[in-house]
Design a protein around this ligand. Structure first.
Ligand code: ATP
Ligand code: LTN
Length: 325
C-alpha cells in the first residue's frame, strides 16, 4: 500500500483554505493510502509562539483533524515533536542542503518580511529542511498539500535524490498531490492573495471556529468584482473564489451555480453562500465539541508510537549510511 504524509501547523486560526486545500483532500485519500497526518508543532515555533497558546493549539489541530473526519482507525495522527527523529533527520539533511536552495523559498521570503527587523530565526530559514525530514522519514509516496507548498516538495525531492546518490538508496522520492479547485483558496478581502491564517485582517479568512454571525458578516463584506454577473473567469477573481468555495462545500459544479444565479445579483449569491458555509461549519463544530480531550490524547499517543517505530527504523538506516553507527 502506498503511503501519504501531510501536516498543518498549530498556529493561528485554521480556516476554510486549510480545510478545502488540504484536509478535505485527505478524507478521500485515507481510504486508499496508508496515511500519516501530523500536527507540525516544531514548524510552528519557527516564528514566536506563546507557550500556553501553542499547547492549546496543538490539541485543537488534532481535534480539527478528527472532527473533519480523519479516522484514527484508518490513519495515523500524531504530534511532530513526539517523534524525535524529525529533528534528528532534519539535522542530517541540513548537511546536504545548500544555502541558495533555501534562500530562494518564497514562503521564507514572505514570512521573514513579516518578522520584526533582525529577528528572523535560523529555524524559519531551515523550515523546508524539517519538512523534508517529515516526509522522507516515512517513505511517503504522496504529499497532499495546497499549491503554496510545491516549492517545499521540490526541495524535498532534491534532498532525497542527493542523499540517495551520495550514500545509497534510502529515501523514496515523493510527489505533491492537490486538487485543482481547492489548491488555492484566496483571501475574502483580497482575491489576489491566498487565504492565510497569518493575514493582517480577520476579514481575509473564515476560521473553522467562526460563529454564524461572523461568517455572515465576513461574506457580506467580501470583496467582489466590477459588473454584476455571478460568473467565474480570469477577469473575475473575487467571484471565482467565492464560487469555488460554494462549489467545494456544496458539491455543485461551478457552471451549475452560474446558471442558478444567472438572473440574480451578488447580494443573493452571497446570502446563499453564507448559509452553505454556516451549515458546514455548524456541523463541523458540533463534532469538534463532542470530542473528549482524553480520548484525543490517547489517539495521539498511539499515533506517536506507530510513527516512532517507522521513523526509528529509517533513522537507523540513515545513520548507518552516513557513518554515524
Ligand atoms: P500561513 O499563511 O500562516 O503560512 P497557512 O494558512 O498557509 O499558514 P499552513 O499550516 O501553513 O497554513 O498550511 C496547512 C495546509 O493548508 C497546507 O497544505 C497548505 O498548502 C494549505 N493551505 C493553506 N492556505 C491555503 C489556501 N489559501 N488555499 C489552499 N490551501 C491552503
Ligand atoms: N509547511 C507545511 C506544513 C508541513 C507539511 C509537512 C506539509 C510541515 N511538514 C510535511 C506536508 C508534509 C504547510 O502547510 N505550511
Amino acid at each position: 500500500m502506498q503511503r501519504i504524509f501531510s501536516g498543518i501547523q498549530p498556529s493561528g486560526n485554521l480556516h476554510l483554505g486549510n480545510y478545502l486545500g488540504a484536509i478535505q483532500n485527505w478524507l478521500t485519500l485515507q481510504n486508499e493510502y496508508d496515511s500519516f497526518f501530523c500536527v507540525v508543532d516544531l514548524h510552528a515555533i519557527t516564528v514566536p509562539q506563546d507557550p500556553q497558546k501553542l499547547r492549546e493549539k496543538v490539541l485543537e489541530v488534532a481535534k480539527i483533524y478528527l472532527a473533519a473526519g480523519i479516522d484514527p482507525n484508518k490513519s495515523t495522527i500524531f504530534i511532530q515533536s513526539h517523534v524525535k527523529e524529525h529533528a534528528e533527520l532534519c539535522w542530517i539533511l541540513n548537511t546536504i542542503a545548500r544555502l541558495p536552495e533555501l534562500e530562494k523559498m518564497t514562503q521564507f521570503k514572505d514570512k521573514s518580511q513579516k518578522q520584526e527587523g533582525g529577528s528572523v530565526g535560523v529555524g524559519l530559514f531551515d523550515y523546508p529542511v524539517l519538512m523534508a525530514a517529515d516526509i522522507l522519514l516515512y517513505n511517503a509516496n504522496l504529499v497532499p498539500v495546497g499549491e503554496d507548498q510545491l516549492q517545499h516538495i521540490e526541495l524535498t525531492k532534491t534532498l532525497a535524490r542527493r542523499f540517495n546518490q551520495k550514500f545509497g538508496e534510502v529515501f523514496t522520492i515523493p510527489e505533491a498531490h492537490f486538487t485543482k479547485e481547492g489548491m488555492r483558496v484566496m483571501g475574502l478581502d483580497d482575491p489576489t492573495k491566498k487565504m492565510s491564517k497569518s493575514a493582517a485582517s480577520e476579514y481575509n479568512y473564515i476560521a473553522l471556529t467562526d460563529s454564524p454571525a461572523t461568517i455572515r458578516e465576513k461574506i457580506k463584506k467580501a470583496v467582489t468584482d466590477s459588473g454584476s454577473k455571478v460568473k467565474a473567469g480570469a477577469d473575475k477573481p473575487a467571484l471565482t473564489n467565492l464560487l469555488t468555495i460554494y462549489s467545494l462545500l456544496s458539491g455543485k459544479k461551478i457552471n451549475q451555480l452560474e446558471d442558478e444565479y444567472a438572473d440574480k445579483g451578488y447580494g443573493d449569491f452571497k446570502k446563499d453562500l453564507a448559509e452553505v458555509v454556516v451549515d458546514f461549519i455548524d456541523g463541523f463544530q458540533k463534532k469538534f465539541n463532542s470530542l473528549d480531550n482524553n480520548e484525543v490524547l490517547k489517539i495521539l499517543d498511539q499515533g506517536a508510537q506507530k510513527a516512532g517505530e517507522i521513523a526509528g527504523k529509517k533513522m537507523q538506516e540513515v545513520k548507518l549510511k552516513v557513518g554515524l553507527s
